[in-house]
Ligand binder design. Structure first.
Ligand code: GLN
Length: 487
């Protein structure tokens, strides 16, 4: 393998700055790797030899410092890219070439990054395994018989499989953190509102947030810094007022680290290998000077139930726009407009998307609205209050990222509820809008035996304290010294 593929983005940037490496050579190494990939991680790739120049910064944006110096970046196919097909993993958007670029992607370009490819994903970001893509599943580079997690599985597999130095994805209930955990990389979901959602194909707008998938915590900070900030095209974007510091911390001295009993390795359904890795992580936290404190998150275990009302409700409304008139696929019928809508949606959407549209429409229907949607919103508030109360007693909270290591392809496709439980630990932070990061904490043997697979540790802090979160993650990352390469 080309040794350039082993460099983290920050390491490559240092070499480029020192004049030891050309940005084009680094880009080409990745374009060649992406062209020859066998994981089905990409839906579109830059042709080798055709690295596009980074776009010019928007006039008056004050951006364009160029500190990403031609870095290649892989982008989940949920982000609109001008003139480049954007499918959201769905047949219904096949052939859709957006007339504009999402703000997050545009900002990376303004900072000097260049688009390497668009990554495969669960259709409309609904899923935890990337098996819901209309373009076939993505394979986990650690074991190709297993899933990479989802829905940003293409981005995670590309980064872990050395097909991209880094990538961006989106997280609605865990879609950055869970695939990062299953692929042995770093995945950050920022505070809701930290990064503009403009140009991100909407799934559940009150939860969707863009974020980085990277080899290490420093790279995650670099991408967050380049993307975050207010955008007048997204009224829910506020940016991180304090800015984003690059992490430097090497210990956890004086930090109170919260662990909630029902929301830790003691929770039901956590695999033994994940539980052991989590317990070792707690010991490492103490060795680094952190004080492990028990906290209570009494409503967090209801997160999945609330999420699977709220997210489908919002999705059913957001996905109403795919009607065969404005975007992508159209399937005509003999009997006029309504039949065209029906045929287009019947052919264009996959089974999981249809399930969510039906669930969401039902939950919002008159007579049931209060019983389902209204109640789910109240649970959401309780969960946010739990975190606020817990953060009076601790600086950060840790949990396993996923109850399991990467599972085999097909293992959960027949049982949606089993699939939904993949997000048990990640959904509450999404509902509360707070930032959370998954970092690789070690390797564990899967329940049925076989080669060891990565296990992630999730850290979460109060809204807009990303610099603190990244600092703590950086200290732990150094202590774990995870060997981040699949064989
Ligand atoms: N797996 C969850 C779902 O299917 C979360 C997906 C996401 O974060 N986009 O909804």
């Amino acid at each position: 393998m080309n040794e350039l593929l082993e460099l983290s983005a920050a390491a490559a940037l240092r070499r480029i700055e020192a004049g030891e490496l050309s940005a084009d050579e680094y880009f080409e190494a990745h374009a060649a790797a992406a062209a020859g990939e066998e994981l089905n991680a990409y839906l579109w790739r830059a042709e080798p030899g055709e690295a596009r120049p980074a776009p010019d910064p928007e006039p008056g944006s004050g951006r364009g410092a160029g500190d990403l110096r031609g870095m290649p970046i892989a982008v989940k196919d949920l982000f609109c890219t001008e003139g480049i097909e954007t499918t959201a993993g769905s047949r219904i958007l096949e052939g859709y070439r957006p007339p504009y670029t999402a703000t997050a992607v545009r900002r990376l370009g303004e900072a000097g990054a260049r688009l390497l490819g668009k990554t495969n994903m669960d259709e409309f970001a609904m899923g935890s395994s990337t098996e819901n893509s209309a373009y076939g599943p993505v394979l986990n580079p650690w074991d190709r018989a297993r899933v990479p997690g989802g829905s940003s599985g293409g981005s995670a597999a590309a980064v872990a499989g050395r097909l991209a130095p880094w990538a961006i994805g989106t997280d609605t209930g865990g879609s950055i953190r869970q695939p990062a955990s299953l692929c042995g990389i770093v995945g950050l979901k920022p505070t809701y509102g930290a990064i503009s959602r403009y140009g991100m194909v909407a799934f559940a707008s009150s939860l969707d947030q863009c974020g980085p998938l990277t080899r290490d915590v420093t790279d995650a900070a670099l991408l967050l810094r380049a993307m975050q900030g207010r955008d007048r095209r997204d009224s829910t974007s506020v940016g991180i007022e304090a800015g984003v510091e690059l992490p430097s911390r090497e210990d956890l001295a004086g930090l109170r680290v919260g662990v909630a009993r029902d929301f830790s390795h003691h929770a039901e359904g956590v695999e033994p290998g994940v539980a052991e890795t989590f317990e070792r992580a707690l010991a490492t936290i103490e060795e680094l000077g952190g004080e492990v404190e028990e906290v209570e998150l009494p409503h967090a275990s209801h997160g999945i139930s609330a999420y699977y009302v709220i997210a489908p409700a919002e999705a059913s409304s957001n996905l109403a726009r795919y009607d065969g008139v404005r975007y992508g696929l159209r399937v005509d019928g003999e009997r006029g407009l309504v039949e065209m809508y029906e045929r287009t949606r019947a052919r264009g959407f996959g089974a999981e998307v249809k399930r969510r549209v039906m669930l969401g429409t039902y939950a919002l229907s008159s007579g049931y609205y209060e019983a389902y949607y209204g109640r789910a919103l109240r649970v959401r508030t309780r969960i946010a209050e739990d975190f606020a109360r817990a953060f009076e007693r601790c600086d950060l909270i840790v949990t396993p990222t996923s109850p399991s290591v990467a599972f085999e392809l097909g293992a959960r496709t027949a049982d949606p509820l089993a699939m939904y439980l993949s997000d048990y630990f990640t959904v509450p932070m999404s509902l509360a809008g707070i930032p959370a990061i998954s970092i690789p904490a070690g390797l564990a043997t899967p329940p049925g035996g076989g080669p060891e697979l990565p296990v992630g540790l999730q850290l979460t802090t109060p809204a807009f304290t990303e610099s603190k979160l990244l600092d703590a993650a950086h200290a732990l990352e150094r202590a774990f010294a995870f060997e981040g390469a699949p064989r």
